[in-house]
Design a protein around this ligand. Structure first.
Ligand SMILES: [Zn+2]
Length: 70
């Protein structure tokens, strides 16, 4: 596991789509929580839970995947 330097961290918003209702949503991943993160967040539209998987890379934007949380 590598530390991500501030200047290497991808800044900015990532557009995702809710796996439940399909509505677009913008996430702004926070790199201070680690290079690889998983957390649960509720959809602001349909209130179903997302399992958000974020992986920061040293080049380019963060890789964000949403799955339906159980
Ligand atoms: Zn939704």
């Amino acid at each position: 596991m590598r530390d991500i330097e501030d200047d290497a961290m991808a800044e900015g918003a990532v557009e995702v789509h809710c796996p439940w209702c399909g509505e677009p949503h913008t996430l702004e991943p926070d790199g201070s929580g680690g290079a690889s993160q998983e957390y649960v967040e509720d959809c602001p539209v349909c209130c179903n839970p997302w399992l958000v998987k974020v992986r920061f890379t040293t080049s380019g934007p963060a890789d964000v995947t949403l799955e339906r949380a159980q």
